[in-house]
Design a protein around this ligand. Structure first.
Ligand code: ZN
Length: 251
């Protein structure tokens, strides 16, 4: 089965469209959450995402926007964006967001693989460092977990004695690129496809991944998108300017 993995789109329609245009053929799409928040096209992104399939996990921003999480836990800019998003969403889209499942979720035909937003231990945990990865990679039953939330593309791999982290190495700063990461039998993995709508690894390009369960290969992708258009929508919506400038820096 060929799985297209999208995470942390954050209402960035231009980035989502660029990813879909660059995506290889797939059998199923899994969305790892934070569909909305930060950028300025929440309804458009929800409509586009819903048309891609049925596998979704809720993110913390999705919960905050539909009132399932207190905005006091957010920084002021994220809280402002969540409130703005709530005002923009159609009642139907708000209702749809509120009903999204908490991870982990699995797909029937895909044994040994699970999907979460933050960590398999806690949906709100951030798995950034090797130390963060130790518990979630060892305690869960599924050997392969796809996760999001950190907006950092890459993987953690563990065998009986070692736990290593891996970040794809790219050659350019502005072109479409891919980086293959083959999964080995007998190892355990946490894999983050990267953020479609607000990357934070210093690379402004939109990130996503594809997983072929037959070959066991994860392919990380980075694609340029119409940054200016996404920024102009943020300015036009009177959202905090920082939300536009950070997109250019990939931070
Ligand atoms: Zn996020």
């Amino acid at each position: 089965m060929r799985v297209l993995l999208l995470s942390d789109i954050h209402s960035n329609l231009e980035a989502l469209e660029a990813c879909l245009a660059a995506a290889p053929a797939y059998d199923v799409v899994v969305n790892l959450g934070d569909i909305v928040g930060y950028c300025a096209s929440p309804n458009e992104v929800i409509t586009r995402s819903r048309a891609l399939g049925k596998h979704f996990i809720r993110g913390n921003h999705d919960r905050a926007v539909c009132g399932l999480m207190d905005l006091k836990d957010f920084n002021p800019i994220a809280a402002l964006a969540a409130e703005w998003t709530r005002d923009q969403l159609t009642p139907e889209n708000l209702e749809w967001l509120r009903a999204l499942p908490q991870g982990p979720i699995q797909i029937d035909e895909l044994g040994g693989v699970q999907f979460v937003h933050g960590s398999p231990v806690d949906e709100d945990d951030y798995v950034v460092t090797v130390q963060d990865a130790v518990e979630p990679i060892m305690v869960t039953e599924a050997p392969v977990t796809f996760f999001g939330h950190t907006h950092l593309q890459g993987s953690f791999a563990a065998n009986d004695t070692h736990l290593d982290s891996y970040r794809p190495a790219y050659k350019t700063v502005g072109q479409s690129e891919v980086s293959e990461f083959p999964l080995k039998k007998g190892q355990r993995y946490l894999v983050n496809p990267g953020s479609v709508g607000q990357p934070r690894d210093g690379d402004w390009r939109s990130g996503f991944a594809a997983f072929d369960s037959e070959s066991g290969i994860v392919t990380f992708h980075r694609v340029p998108y119409n940054l200016k258009s996404a920024q102009d929508r943020i300015f036009a919506a009177n959202l905090p300017q920082r939300l536009a400038t950070r997109l250019a820096a990939g931070r």
